[in-house]
Ligand binder design. Structure first.
Ligand code: GLN
Length: 275
């Protein structure tokens, strides 16, 4: 069968799990062939020899298993990152967190130290290192597998000398006193929330933040304030603006603002403490 006909044949198997089934079959095919889209378009009428292999991947994907875990790749902020099972898959809305950080560093000339809590695949720290020249980053996580993957991504993007990856639960192993800004996309979903099937393949320790959901966020706010760090930038759940805004009242805060994601849901905040 030709490449073209093979794509057509397997597209129907993915209709239920994605709105771009043909495109996903192509991606799986290219993953098997280790080729790019341009090659594919030039070779549509060639024979495809690895149908058995493709069928296996399509079947796996048809169970709602994430495409990114199959091809071990995800794009974030226009860059390609390695992803692996056991570590959260990057989400487009997390790009907004990057934009907010870039904005803060726009006019800052001196070198500063940034901390990322819960680095996962390392997307946030790697992107910050790529976009902001005068920062050094400490990226922590409680998951050793995530730290190893994040380091791979830092090496892939040539920023491994600017990021130190460290095993730490929040600030536990972070004695540094000179951190200027903390950034985090922490687990913020309520423990009893029923996840959609595609998300069920992702690690629960990257998703669930406590019985209410915002417990970790509150811990991060409290501990960041205690460490006298000026800025805190976090992603959060769509329904957490009110409780967090209320929580802010217990601190001496200079300024704060919430932002919305691409679907117009409340998604996070930038907070400046009065230190
Ligand atoms: N920092 C990573 C991300 O934003 C991982 C976050 C997490 O695991 N909660 O994708």
């Amino acid at each position: 069968m030709t490449i073209k006909d093979t794509i057509k044949k397997y597209t129907k198997d993915l209709r239920e799990v994605t709105h771009i089934p043909a495109k996903e079959v192509e991606i799986l095919m290219l993953h098997i062939l280790q080729k790019n889209t341009i090659w594919l378009h030039l070779n549509y009428n060639e024979k495809f020899e690895q149908e058995k292999e493709l069928e296996k991947l399509v079947k796996k994907r048809a169970t709602n298993y994430p495409l990114e875990y199959i091809i071990n790749k995800a794009s974030f902020y226009g860059e390609s990152f390695i992803v692996k099972e056991g570590v959260l898959i990057p989400r487009p809305e997390t790009e907004l967190l990057i934009d907010n950080a870039v904005e803060i560093f726009k006019d800052k000339k001196e070198e500063s130290l940034v901390l990322e809590i819960g680095t996962g695949s390392g997307i946030i720290s790697v992107m910050l290192a790529l976009l902001i020249k005068n920062i050094k980053i400490i990226a922590v996580d409680i998951n050793e597998k995530a730290l190893a993957l994040a380091k791979e991504n830092a090496i892939k993007h040539n920023v491994e000398d600017r990021i130190e990856f460290r095993l730490s639960n929040l600030y536990e192993n972070v004695p540094e006193e000179n951190i200027f800004l903390t950034i985090s996309n922490p687990p913020y979903i309520a423990n009893n929330y029923e996840l959609p099937t595609n998300v069920k393949y992702e690690p629960s320790n990257a998703l669930f933040g406590g019985s209410i959901g915002d417990e970790l966020l509150k811990d991060i706010i409290t501990q960041t304030n205690k460490k006298k760090i000026s800025y805190l930038l976090c992603e959060m759940g769509y329904d957490q603006k009110k409780p967090l805004e209320e929580y802010f009242k217990s601190f001496d805060i200079k300024e704060y603002s919430f932002y919305k994601d691409y679907e117009n849901f409340d998604r996070g905040f930038t907070l400046e403490f009065k230190n």
